[in-house]
Write a protein that binds this ligand. Structure first.
Ligand SMILES: NC(=O)c1ccc[n+]([C@@H]2O[C@H](COP(=O)([O-])OP(=O)(O)OC[C@H]3O[C@@H](n4cnc5c(N)ncnc54)[C@H](O)[C@@H]3O)[C@@H](O)[C@H]2O)c1
Length: 331
């Protein structure tokens, strides 16, 4: 029989109540958070580290109550080391927070001169609350030598590298006939070459230290569909290339214990998407209408997929594409 601390019981009851007994209150809180017309959400304030009542984590029991060595140990990342490109903000930073919370040491690699202010808050929480660590290293994923050096330095510290999330990416909105060669090179060299550089640099360290690992390449549902409201032929095809790269690397490295998967998110409210809205304000309504949940995602809604893909919980998954898009592509 499993022991449930008494203090946990009310939280569980509340959780059950939200799902079973009070669907309308959940629905109205979702509307408050995500509705385009009524939301006061600032896309540059993306991580909600203040943990307001609507934050996804505030629905969880306090961490101390969850400490139980028998519970879902395959998600435990204690002692493990991960690198996340594009981890200076946005989706990459939210995923980094999830891995840190599971006990990992995480290195966020990004070209930003300094990471988003939320990074510093997350870094402090990593130390104070989770006994783990979050570090920032400035690199440009296009520079293969720099990427290899960074991964070698990270792995050398603990003589291990357990995984990578390759999230660095850029978008460029332009029709095919108007697309400049420069923009084409920029998008492909970051979204494809940069991901290739990062994945191979990570695998090199896993081979060097003879360990298994997990690599998650962040693609997009835009690698699977032509995305209404977003004219970005090069971005879309760069993401298709990332999906195919993940399968090819999975085949090459599977027998060595290195798993490679790709993630295809739908639309998430991040600074990248804010840029789209600036250029095409009608895009938001179009995307909400195309989505079965009638809303866009928040970055922290990908915490679970990051933890699943980077931990032993996904030990039999490789060469797969995880599509998390609020039903956008499922009509
Ligand atoms: N936001 C969405 O709706 C959405 C949907 C599907 C996929 N994605 C993908 O998710 C990933 C993260 O995007 P986001 O929405 O968080 O955007 P973002 O702009 O907030 O984050 C991207 C990060 O990548 C970094 N980066 C860009 N070029 C780099 C380079 N050359 N070297 C190192 N770092 C670099 C940026 O500085 C930034 O911090 C991207 O690959 C994006 O294509 C986003």
């Amino acid at each position: 029989m499993s022991f449930i601390p008494r203090a946990l019981a009310p939280a569980r009851t509340r959780l059950a109540g939200i799902v079973v007994a009070a669907p309308s209150s959940l629905f109205s809180s979702s509307i408050r958070l995500y509705s385009s017309s009524k939301s006061s959400f600032n896309p540059h304030d993306i991580h909600h580290l203040t943990h307001g009542p609507d934050h996804i984590q505030s629905k969880m029991p306090a961490k101390e109550l969850l400490r139980n060595h028998h519970r879902f140990s395959e998600f435990d990342l204690e002692g493990r080391v991960y690198a996340i490109t594009g981890g200076g903000r946005g989706l990459g930073l939210s995923m980094a927070e999830a891995l840190v919370e599971a006990g990992a040491k995480v290195y966020c690699l990004d070209r930003l001169e300094s990471p988003h202010p939320d990074f510093l808050v997350a870094q402090q929480r990593a130390k104070d609350d989770f006994g783990s660590s979050l570090e920032y290293i400035r690199i440009d994923v296009r520079d293969n030598a720099e990427v290899n050096d960074a991964f070698a330095a990270i792995a050398a510290k603990g003589e291990r590298l357990d995984g990578l999330i390759a999230a660095a990416g850029i978008n460029h909105l332009q029709s095919a006939l108007e697309h400049s060669r420069q923009a084409l090179d920029d998008v492909m060299s970051i979204n494809y070459n940069g991901v290739f550089n990062s994945a191979t640099a990570a695998a090199r360290q896993m081979f060097k230290y003879q360990q298994k690992g997990s690599i998650l390449l962040v693609a997009s549902m835009s690698g699977l569909i032509a995305n209404k409201g977003m004219t970005s032929p090069v971005y879309n095809s760069s993401k298709a290339a990332v999906i195919q790269l993940s399968r090819s690397l999975a085949m090459e490295w599977g027998r060595h214990g290195i798993r490679v998967n790709s993630l295809c998110p739908g639309h998430i409210i991040t600074p990248m998407v804010d840029e789209v809205f600036k250029q095409n304000p009608a895009a938001r309504a179009t995307w909400e209408a195309e989505n079965m949940l009638g809303r866009l995602a928040m970055p922290e809604e990908f915490r679970g997929s990051a933890l699943f893909c980077l931990s032993d919980a996904s030990s039999f998954m490789t060469g797969s594409t995880l599509l998390i898009d609020g039903g956008h592509t499922a009509w």
